[in-house]
Ligand binder design. Sequence first.
Ligand code: ADP
Ligand code: MG
Length: 376
Amino acid sequence: MTFDKLPIGSTVGIIGGGQLGKMMAQSAQRMGFKVIVLDPDEACPCQHVAHDFINAPYDDTDALKQLGERADVVTYEFENISAEQLKALAASYNVPQGYEAITLLQDRLVEKQTLEAAGASIVPYLELKDAQSLDQAVEEIGYPFMVKTRFGGYDGKGQILVQSSDDLDEAKALVEEQDCVAEQYLDLYKEVSLTVTIGNNDQIVYFPLQENEHRNQILFKTIVPSRVDHTENAREQVNKIAQHVHFVGTFTVEFFIDKENQLHVNEIAPRPHNSGHYSIEACDYSQFDTHILAVTGQKLPENIELLKPAVMMNLLGRDLDLLEDEFGDHPEWHVHIYGKTMRKPDRKMGHLTQLTDDVDQTEQTLLKAFEGREKY
Ligand code: ADP
Ligand code: MG
């Protein structure tokens, strides 16, 4: 697909002003674009870096229209915006990402059906229409399985691990409250993710495969390049998916690797992703740079070069409490603090990236520094 190439000085409109919007804004500004952000939280991280700010709910039609009027291109930092509203916006304004990817990926059930249709490898799942269908999940998938809400989940929110019949009541309560899917729980060997950007004229560029560790279902650390090499396989899966879903800009595919070393697609984030943050320091272009280049219609780099291997650690509230007084002793840590006003133990407050020639050693040193976190 071909779309407008915007001149320097144009305005990028971003729906959502969290850390992803902030880092997008910073890339855009470095390239000479202005930034206007829409977010319901007047103290959101982006508020401090955007040229202009619309303080309104994401589904405020007038506010979205205002964003469309004032920006030369509109993008988004997260997927839980109304597909209907985005469709309406795309009909009148420049929204190169369109609304299709959001429509397909914000619903876990439709996402899984799309992945299946694309021929990607996924784990067995079942739509949970009602509490009775949990019995069907027990029969067809078997214990252990995950129950996940179809809409709005992130960082493990809206998910229950069902290990035995003891957990069924809790799962039933969730299913009665919200539309859900059941999914086989895998005994994981590793998790990896692949961040990709698609730009003007379908130009595609891949970041190096990222090796991820989650704790309590929240990303804990990312190591690049991944020490399990599934790059070819992961790219193959991404290419299959990209033929079924019209992507523009940066997106990330998360994968599970099972104990048989088989790769399965977990989910897709149609936006820059936490596991791609290392690219700010470790690559010649960050995932935010390529996203802005894509949506403003510029040429993408032919390849992304990993300048140095990296370990990225998230800084949740609990980690910040533990480590903030030590930042001065660690010039090797590239620390990013997002500027959220309310600190919570499990809230992503920032991250740090360390570039290294020895990821194993650096991983060990960083793990030691983060050791006190579980005592919270
Ligand atoms: P979110 O939208 O919250 O990122 P995910 O489905 O990616 O939701 O789940 C978060 C994390 O929880 C995963 O990265 C993984 O570590 C764990 N997890 C989720 N589903 C499964 C599963 N079916 N098998 C094993 N681990 C899982
Ligand atoms: Mg995930």
